[in-house]
Design a protein around this ligand. Structure first.
Ligand code: NCD
Length: 332
């Protein structure tokens, strides 16, 4: 490492140490667990981790001696590897549980699994499950700290945090921006967590999608609801596209994916309604040619999709560091 690279890495670590604070809750289950100053503190801490992650040497000992268990009952590529990298870069022992080879496949219940794993004394449990409320249920049965990595159609709070980080870095702020969340809102935990956190941070949120994919009384979330994408995107600063969650649909919610693309797929023509300089986001995995055209998804001048993946590791490092600080505070 050159002297200046060494200095930058050292400065990043010093910044991180100065920004660490004890997580406000025992578990991170919902985006609503954070108030505005707490969310801003986590974003500041995450920013410092972005700087660290861009160095050659990225490993710290903040979680040394701690065990992080990734419990992914549902398939995931980026979220699981993001938490795994976050844990490893912080010096934790990371265990990935694969439900397909575990006793869950043999009929063990979620609670049995939780109680068994709890006996191995994990400090942090990162949980993804197809049922809404699973992470909360599990948090009542274990002594470690639970992070909800997506429970059914309910919440995915670290996704909302990484999205807010991507937006804040692109625009310098979140407050006052208009964010249009478009597509399969009905089945989306990403949308629910984002609505909550974006509101906390002072953004105004619109939901855009066909009536069949919009939750009943979505207006009650304090958002504007649009079924016409052109009106929904008009003047928006951020266009957040959602994946058509075909695996959660029983029956036909859209006539065909081709027709869906015609009315709701984001292409340059529809995007031209948004504000000048608008940014496009997608939590991944993308259905190209269904909810988003590759032409906009892959344009680095407008797409934040790759930034979101990078910010995911930093945002999760911030959450894990802050939860670890809470463990220290409790003297465990
Ligand atoms: C999201 C999820 O799993 O909820 N993806 C992710 O976390 N990267 C969104 C999705 O699956 O469409």
């Amino acid at each position: 490492m050159t002297a200046s690279a060494h200095d930058t890495a050292h400065a990043a670590i010093e910044t991180i140490r100065a920004r660490v604070f004890a997580f406000p809750k025992r578990h991170f289950l919902s985006a609503g667990d954070l108030n505005a100053p707490q969310a801003a503190d986590l974003l500041d801490l995450a920013d410092a981790f972005v700087a660290l992650n861009r160095q050659t040497s990225k490993t710290l000992d903040i979680l040394k001696g701690r065990t992080l268990m990734n419990l992914f009952f549902e398939n995931s590529t980026r979220t699981q590897s993001s938490f795994e990298l976050a844990g490893k870069r912080l010096g934790a022992d990371v265990v990935n549980m694969n439900p397909k080879t575990s006793s869950v496949a043999k009929g063990e219940t979620l609670i049995d699994t939780a109680v068994t794993l709890n006996a191995m004394r994990p400090d942090l449990l990162v949980v993804r499950h197809a049922s809404s409320g699973a992470a909360s249920l599990l948090s009542q049965k274990v002594s470690g700290h639970v992070v909800n990595a997506g429970d059914g159609q309910h919440e995915h709070p670290t996704q909302a945090l990484l999205d807010a980080l991507s937006i804040r870095r692109a625009f310098g702020r979140v407050s006052g921006l208009t964010v249009a969340i478009c597509g399969d809102v009905l089945h989306s935990r990403v949308a629910r967590s984002n609505v909550a956190l974006l509101h906390t941070l002072g953004a105004s949120v619109r939901l855009v999608g066909p009536p069949t994919l919009m939750p009943a009384q979505a207006e009650r979330w304090g958002v504007a609801v649009h079924h016409d994408i052109k009106a929904g995107l008009a003047g928006a600063d951020v266009v957040m596209m959602l994946r058509l969650q075909l695996e959660r649909m029983q029956g036909a919610f859209v006539p065909s994916t081709r027709e869906y693309f015609r009315f709701y797929g984001l292409d340059r023509e529809k995007l031209s309604r948004a504000a000048p300089g608008a940014k496009v986001m997608h939590p991944g995995p993308m259905n190209r040619g269904v909810e988003i055209d590759s032409d906009v998804a892959d344009d680095p001048a407008i797409s934040l999709i790759q930034d979101q993946v990078e910010m995911g590791v930093a945002a999760r490092m911030a959450v894990l560091t802050s939860l670890a600080a809470r463990i220290e505070e409790a003297g465990r």
